[in-house]
Write a protein that binds this ligand. Structure first.
Ligand code: ADP
Ligand code: ZN
Ligand code: MG
Length: 476
């Protein structure tokens, strides 16, 4: 049997997080708003209106292009893509065709054991169409999304498995949030993707006819649809049939692919230059100003974390998952001054849970990086024990008070008075003759129970090392 490999190219649509739409001043993000509440004559295509370009769309588009290492074009044009659709009131979409905002570029996608470089064929800006939906037995149209700014990015057919596509989307989402151009929430369709899929014998260089899967709007749907389509194509080929260039629709509810139509060609769209808009001239000063906002990118920062702080790959990956978390880590590591791995441990075990539970970015915690560093130092110096240190985190977060203030106000300082600890240990042993007997007859794991009892007696503040030493001594 032939061994096959899957070849995949993606067309992604990314909703930019601008305040207003691309060609009018309607609100861009109408998530949760009533249908047709963010519309005007421009975005609903009434006669006699003219589009005015939102410059922030160009800026965010160019920033993304730069982050993808693409070549930003100093001059680009808008074109009309003509087609009829009920939720496209103008009868055409303003897009970019042959002279788009950027060309080329790539995104590196770390996979277990290798990096997949996915080249970008083309990147352009365009307006979104509205939404149609079936409700109350009727076909209804919501124009709110008309004119919402999108970046369309088309990759070369460089991906080789459903898993690579999943990782590509995860890395793209990370990058979009990192540079602040999109919320990139797939559930809200901020990031949509069509997957072009073909198969070929493993190692072959040529491309076979592909199918295009539309409407895969979650990571799981992408994985399932590509997997399913790969298997279908293999069955076709093994049965001696050809794979035809269909467009397939992913039915989310049924979890199946349906044939939508034989594919239209570009000529069907009758592209021509948009006569109502001037070309975009991205001159040097403007471009420089845009690129000044380009931060160190996630993968570069990940490598730097490994080198500069000596972090394991795993830590570096998690800490650079999100920009605000990376900033938090660096601020805490610098305030702490000691082993950065220690900061990473506290951050990944305790602070990350807090962030996830509260659903806020690291930068908004009342537990600032400086406070975290202070807590770790208090534990290091023995001023408080580890458990108290951990409980301090929550207390700081809910009150906004500094660690020192809370330790002082609540009397949480660690008790390192050996005499007091010995007394507590003696009391515990005197109160538990059965356990002492059991311990002496070999149940040595009771040491944990004894420690717990002593801690309870001392309000959780005793130095655990001294407790252990006293127990060992008195039990012997
Ligand atoms: P179309 O004729 O559908 O417009 P394009 O050449 O414009 O095809 O490519 C559209 C997308 O399909 C791109 O993302 C590209 O990488 C991908 N693609 C092209 N050919 C193949 C193929 N044989 N297998 C998988 N993906 C492909
Ligand atoms: Zn409008
Ligand atoms: Mg094409």
């Amino acid at each position: 049997m032939t061994e096959y490999e899957t070849v995949i190219g993606l067309e992604t649509h990314i909703q930019l997080n601008t305040t207003t739409k691309i060609f009018c001043s309607c609100k861009a993000d109408s998530w949760g708003d009533p249908p047709n509440s963010n519309i005007c004559p421009v975005c609903t295509g009434l006669p006699g209106v003219l589009p005015v370009l939102n410059r922030v769309v160009v800026e965010k588009g160019a920033l993304l292009a730069a982050a993808m290492q693409a070549q930003i074009q100093p001059v680009s044009y808008f074109d009309r893509k003509n087609y009829f659709y009920p939720d496209l009131p103008k009868g055409y979409q303003i897009s970019q065709y042959d002279m788009s905002l950027a060309r080329g570029g790539y995104l590196d996608v770390p996979m277990p054991g290798y990096i997949r470089r996915v080249r970008i064929h083309k990147l352009h800006i365009e307006e979104d169409a509205g939404k149609t939906k079936n409700e109350y037995g009727q076909r209804l149209i919501d124009f709110n999304r008309c004119g919402v700014p999108l970046v369309e990015m088309v990759t070369e057919p460089d991906l080789r498995s459903a898993e690579e596509v999943v990782q590509y989307l995860i890395r793209l989402r990370q990058l979009l949030r990192w540079i602040g151009v999109s919320e990139a929430d797939m559930e809200k369709a901020h990031l949509r993707c069509d997957a072009n899929v073909s198969i070929r014998p493993r190692g072959a260089e040529y491309l076979n006819p592909k199918t295009e899967i539309k409407n895969v709007n979650s990571i799981t749907a992408v994985r399932d649809a590509i997997q399913m389509e790969t298997e279908r194509q293999i069955r076709e080929v093994e049965a001696g049939r050809r794979v035809e260039a269909w467009t397939l629709d992913w039915d989310e509810e049924a979890g199946v692919l349906r044939k939508m139509r034989s594919k239209e060609t570009e000529a069907d769209y009758r592209y021509f230059r948009e006569p109502d808009l001037l070309p975009i001239l991205l001159d040097e000063p403007w471009l420089e100003q845009i690129l000044a906002a380009l931060p160190e990118l996630p993968l570069a920062r990940r490598s730097r974390f490994i080198e500069q702080y000596g972090l394991p790959d795993y830590d570096a990956d998690i800490l650079t998952g999100e920009r605000s978390l990376s900033d938090y880590f660096e601020a805490a590591a610098s305030a702490y001054g000691g082993d950065p791995k220690r900061v990473s441990n506290w951050l990944m075990n305790d602070v990350l849970r807090m962030i996830n539970e509260r659903g806020i970015p690291a930068g908004e915690l009342l537990l600032t990086p400086e406070y975290l560093a202070e807590v770790i130092k208090l534990v290091d110096s023995g001023a408080v024990n580890t458990n108290t240190g951990k409980s301090l985190l929550e207390k700081i977060q809910s009150s906004g008070h500094s660690p020192a203030e809370i330790v002082q106000a609540e009397g949480l300082a660690q008790v390192s008075d050996s005499e007091a600890i010995r007394n507590a240990v003696s009391e515990v042993l005197a109160e538990a003759p059965e356990q002492v007997a059991a311990y002496k007859s070999g149940k040595t794991n009771l040491i944990g129970w004894f420690t717990g009892q002593v801690m309870k007696k001392m309000g959780g503040k005793a130095d655990p090392r001294l407790v252990r030493a006293a127990l060992d001594e008195l039990l012997a």
